[in-house]
Every structure is written in C-alpha cells, then in structure tokens.
Ligand binder design. Structure first.
Ligand code: LLP
Length: 404
C-alpha cells in the first residue's frame, strides 16, 4: 500500500482484484442452481477496470444512466445482461438502451412508461419492462438510503401497479416481463427484504392471474456489509436461501443488483497525515483526503475503520484523534474521538471498506483534483484512474467573449 502511495501519491483508492473476484464468486455460488442474473450495480463503483474484472466473472450490470450503460458496454458486459433502473431516464437514454437491446427497463412511473413506449415504437422495437413497485417497507442503514417506504420517490405506489400493467397491454412499445423491487441499501437483516419480496411475489401471482405473462422478478440490491467488527449482516448464503425460498416453484428468472456487497470491502482509500493540531479537548489529525474524496462520513455519518498503513510494532501507543480533511466545511470530518495507534505527519492511514460509493461520489470541490484509483492484482498494480492535472480540471471551462 505504501508502495502504491509512493508512486501514485495520496489520496488514492486501492482496489483488490482478488477480493472483487472472490465476492462475485461467493454471490454466484450462493445462487448456483437458480435461474439468476447477477447485475452488478455500477453506481457502487463504475471504474472501467473494476467493471471489466467483474465482467470476466460473468456479472451483468444494473445501470441508472446512459453514462453507466456506456461504461458497462465499454467494459465488455453484454447488453443482454444489463438492466436499466432509475427514476428519471431521458428519451435519449431509453433509445440507447433499446438500440443495444438491453435485458430490461425497470420503469418507475406511468409517465415514464408512456415515454418508453413512444420511443420504442418509434424505433420499431418493444421494450421489455419490469415496473418498480414501492412495497412500503422500511429498511436500510440510514434514512438517506431507504427507498421502499411510501413517501420515497422510488417506484410506483403499490396500489397503482395493477392498473399500469393493464395499460401496458395496449401500449405498442412495451411488454411487461416482470416486477422490480429495491427497498434500500446496507440492509443487514433479511426480514424487511423477505417482507418486501413476498409482497412483490403476491403481486406477480395476481398479475399472472389477470393474463400477464411475467417471467422475471428483479429483487434489487441492498445486502449490507460489515464496516466494523460489531456489524453482523446476513451472509450471502442466507440471503440466497431466503430468495430461493420465496421464489421457488414460480419459474421466474431472478434478477439481482448487488453493489456494495461486491465492491465495498474490495477497496480502501489511502491518505497521508499532514498535521496534528491540539485543541483543548481533542487532537485533530489533518489528512490530505477530504470529504470531496470520500463523502460517506459527511453524507451519512458513515463509519469507516481507519488503520495505519504500516501497523506499528507491538501494542503501539493508542491515542484519540478527530480525523479531518482540508476542505472548508465543518462536515469535512471522517471520525470524531477515534482511538487508534499513534500516527505521525508523513505517515499514511487507510479508510477501510471504501470500495463502494467512494470514488464514484468524489468531486473537485475546493478545486482539488479528482482522487486517483489503483487496481492491484497479485504482485502488480496499475493506475486505473489518473489524478487530473490542473489543466485537465479546467479544460471544460471557457471565458465568455465579454471577459476576454
Ligand atoms: N439497485 C438499485 C435500484 C439501487 O438504487 C441501488 C443502490 C442498488 C441496486 C445497489 O445497492 P447495494 O447493493 O449497493 O446496497 N451512497 C450510499 C448508498 C446508495 C445506494 C443507492 N442505491 C452509501 O454510500 O451508503
């Protein structure tokens, strides 16, 4: 890790090929024997090298924009293994998906359904559709990542679903192929998922009875991961057993959209300690990564374990730090009163479990270059996203005539 940081500089995300592959295989093995499409959720970590690694493990992709769709295709994920989710697809994005012949559109409103039908009919195509339903079940590690409650913007209200499926029968450009549900992220317990899935399967049965030939169910992503020793999320094998139990004997293809569970613990962010600053009641450790590089603590009060890159010999001297970045915002704080081995300026620390929703959420706030990303494979590593130069950072900006 220090060698990577020496060569690439800090802050830097470092991903492990072995862990990405292991996680993809654990998920695949858990669902072995079931008719299942594992559509990795690109939003968790859309780096092309990460996607290509997962493509080589047979993963499909769950995308939420034309950009993610292009990333997945560029990484070699076949269109027929791609599902397109998201509440606000544009007509251009729909056309892109249709032209490539993706597996399925997860549609989130009546208005989107009409637009998709029009776009598809205009292209002489039929869009395979699963309506995303809102099952009104609460779940998820933080209110900001819960998506399945009645007031959330996601999915169509439960009671509207039958009417929309009826409407689909007469729309020229769409064909109902399944039902889709996703209730949130970082869910450690299986009960809320089971409740939402059972409710959704009840809907599939009702729809089949009214003549809809549904062959798929998309159960979204959301399985949680351990961020610290006290976290104890359900293992993929239990999750798969629960899904097998609720979907068995229905002859449905099960589509899954796991993101965090594959990428989260396959990456860390490494940063260098710049200064210590003593305050009356605490010591600040100021590091060269900011909330623009890793947003999760500022956005969701998320916990990341933080460890020195070089573990101190013996028991080491444990101290308490408030670990903060250089950004001019009070929320630019990674941890408060965190006990850890003493680390000195010039030494490096790693934010664990940062492979998902880390680099993808990074920005150039405070005119800081986008954080670099590195992929390790065995004893080799490669930069898979360069840190931009200042010139590259301002490349898209231009002066209006009246200022030149
Ligand atoms: N499918 C849909 C429709 C989603 O909205 C999401 C995540 C996933 C799949 C993948 O969920 P996962 O398996 O990764 O839990 N930025 C937040 C998490 C936002 C999740 C958004 N949707 C965080 O850092 O915790």
């Amino acid at each position: 890790m220090n060698e990577v940081a020496d060569q690439v500089g800090t802050p830097v995300y470092v991903y492990s090929t072995a862990t990405l592959r292991r996680h993809a295989r654990v998920i695949a093995a858990a669902f072995d024997g079931m008719d299942c499409l594992i559509a990795y959720s690109v939003k968790a970590n859309g780096n092309l090298a990460v996607l290509k690694t997962l493509a080589s493990e047979g993963c499909g992709a769950d995308v939420v924009s034309g950009g993610e769709l292009k990333r997945a295709l560029a990484a070699g994920i076949p269109a027929e293994r791609i599902v397109f989710s998201g509440v606000g697809k544009t007509r251009e994005e729909m056309a892109l998906g249709l032209e490539h012949g993706i597996h399925q559109f997860n549609v989130e409103s009546g208005a989107e359904l009409l637009a998709l039908s029009e776009v598809a009919a205009g292209l002489g195509k039929t869009a395979p559709v699963a309506l995303r339903v809102n099952p009104d079940v609460a779940a998820g590690g933080h209110p900001n990542i819960s998506t399945g409650k009645a007031g959330d913007k996601f999915g169509v209200p439960w009671t509207d679903a039958p009417g929309l499926y009826e409407q689909m029968k007469s729309l020229p450009g769409v064909k109902a192929v399944g039902v889709d549900v996703h209730i949130g992220s970082q869910i450690g317990e299986l009960e809320p998922m089971r409740a939402a899935f059972e409710k959704t399967i009840g809907l599939v049965k009702t729809l089949r009875e009214s003549g809809h030939d549904l062959t798929r169910i998309d159960l979204g992503g959301g399985l949680g991961i351990p961020y610290q020793a006290s976290d104890n999320p359900a293992p993929p094998s239990d999750y798969a057993a629960m899904i097998h139990d609720v979907t068995k004997d229905l002859g449905l293809q099960v589509v899954l959209e796991p993101g965090r569970v594959i990428a989260g613990n396959a990456g860390v962010m490494v940063t260098e300690v710049l200064y210590h600053k003593p305050a009356p009641d605490r010591t600040f450790m100021i590091v060269d990564a900011g909330m623009n590089d890793l947003m999760r603590p500022a956005l969701y009060q998320a916990h990341h374990d933080i460890v020195p890159v070089i573990e101190p010999a013996g028991d080491g001297n444990h101290v308490e730090y408030d670990i903060v970045g250089p950004i001019c915002e009070s929320t630019d704080k990674f941890a408060a009163k965190r006990e850890m081995p003493a680390v000195e300026p010039g030494e490096r620390i790693a934010f664990m479990s940062s492979g998902a929703y880390g680099a993808v959420l990074s920005s150039q706030y405070n005119a800081r270059p986008l954080v670099a990303e590195v992929l390790v494979d065995g004893d080799q590593f490669a930069v898979v996203r360069r840190r931009p130069s200042f010139e590259q950072m301002i490349e898209l900006e231009q002066m209006p005539d009246w200022l030149t």
